[in-house]
Write a protein that binds this ligand. Structure first.
Ligand SMILES: C[S@@+](CC[C@H](N)C(=O)[O-])C[C@H]1O[C@@H](n2cnc3c(N)ncnc32)[C@H](O)[C@@H]1O
Length: 314
């Protein structure tokens, strides 16, 4: 085992990573959380690669419609915890967010000292993205919103915006209705299947669209949803998603992440599809950035784009 001094993340590190100055909310989150971590070297690093390779050789379930019941039961567990905790929003953190786990960061596996590193990092990332891209829209629509914990953050930041949570599970909608009833956090909800988007679900003018780890679940079947978004022409779309095409096939650290995406049937082809739309003059891509990831892939990369012509409907 080779030990290295732990590193920390400060405001300047986040600014460099996110490519811009940070709003006050990020400064607060950085001051209130611990971002110390230690890069893994030698046998520690090899052990992580071995774990990842063994996972790749194991029968992993791929994403798709057949997993609908898994999401329903996963969010039902969060719903039950939320009720049992007497409506503590911390019970809304998804259970796939593992505490104390190895993180992918800047091309290395690192071990954080703070078991809540992933959640803390996501808090900074969300505040940054929401402030930068949603400050001027009146509506925020999160597709595949799960427990709606991202929208709870948006509600804290923007008490006057209309928030909308959409998902294909009943349990997600039940959580959202409890947020309103018990905590007076007002989020509209609707059933929505991104594999079969309902054009009747209109986005009013001045809307921002958010997905976090939701397009991931569409694999290569994202076209109907992309067509829906282009037709609805919101002001801006912000996706925090794994970006398959950003992984280098010639770098071991990236290579295993790309193999993991293939094995799980996660999002592929979305960025090239957007680049095609941009070449045709239909959209403009505003940002593409890798930030960090949990053990297997960089699920917190972000991608921001806008339709070239924003439709004005009400
Ligand atoms: C990885 S979770 C992310 C949830 C939430 N965005 C978050 O950040 O915690 C993926 C979400 O996408 C939803 N989902 C998967 N496939 C979907 C589909 N075809 N239509 C709508 N929602 C879907 C799941 O129910 C789940 O809520």
């Amino acid at each position: 085992m080779q030990l290295e001094m732990s590193r920390d993340l400060r405001i300047a590190d986040f600014q460099q990573l996110l490519g811009d100055t940070l709003p006050d909310g990020c400064h607060q989150a950085i001051a209130q959380n611990v971002f110390k971590h230690r890069p893994l070297h030698g046998t520690d690093r090899e052990d992580v690669f071995l774990r990842v390779l063994k996972a790749l050789d194991s029968p992993l379930e791929s994403a798709g419609r057949h997993r609908h019941h898994r999401w329903e039961s996963g969010w039902t567990e969060n719903l039950e915890d939320f009720i049992a905790s007497e409506y503590d929003v911390r019970a809304l953190v998804p259970k796939f967010v593992k505490r104390g786990e190895v993180i992918r960061f800047r091309g290395e596996y690192v071990l954080p000292t703070n078991p809540y590193f992933e959640t803390s990092f996501v808090t900074v990332l969300r505040r940054f993205l929401f402030q930068k891209w949603f400050a001027n829209v009146e509506h925020i629509f999160e597709f595949g919103c799960g427990t709606a914990h991202n929208l709870v953050e948006a509600a804290n930041m923007f008490p006057d915006k209309a928030l909308h949570g959409l998902d294909w599970t009943e349990s997600s909608l039940k959580i959202i209705s409890l947020l309103k009833q018990q905590l007076d956090i007002r989020i509209d909800s609707a059933m929505f299947d991104m594999l079969k988007p309902d054009a009747g679900q209109r986005l009013p003018s001045s809307s921002g669209v958010l997905t976090i780890g939701a397009l991931e679940q569409l694999g290569t079947q994202f076209e109907p949803f992309l067509e829906y978004l282009v037709a609805q022409a919101p002001e801006v779309c912000v996706h925090v998603e794994t970006l398959y095409e950003e992984y280098s096939q010639n770098d071991l650290f990236d290579y295993v992440a790309a193999r993991y995406i293939e094995k799980r049937g996660y999002l592929r082809g979305f960025l090239p599809a957007l680049r095609n739309l941009e070449s045709a003059g239909d959209i403009k891509i505003e940002a593409v950035k890798r930030t960090f990831g949990s053990l297997y892939h960089d699920g917190y990369s972000f991608l921001v784009w806008r339709p070239a012509t924003v439709r004005s409907t009400t």
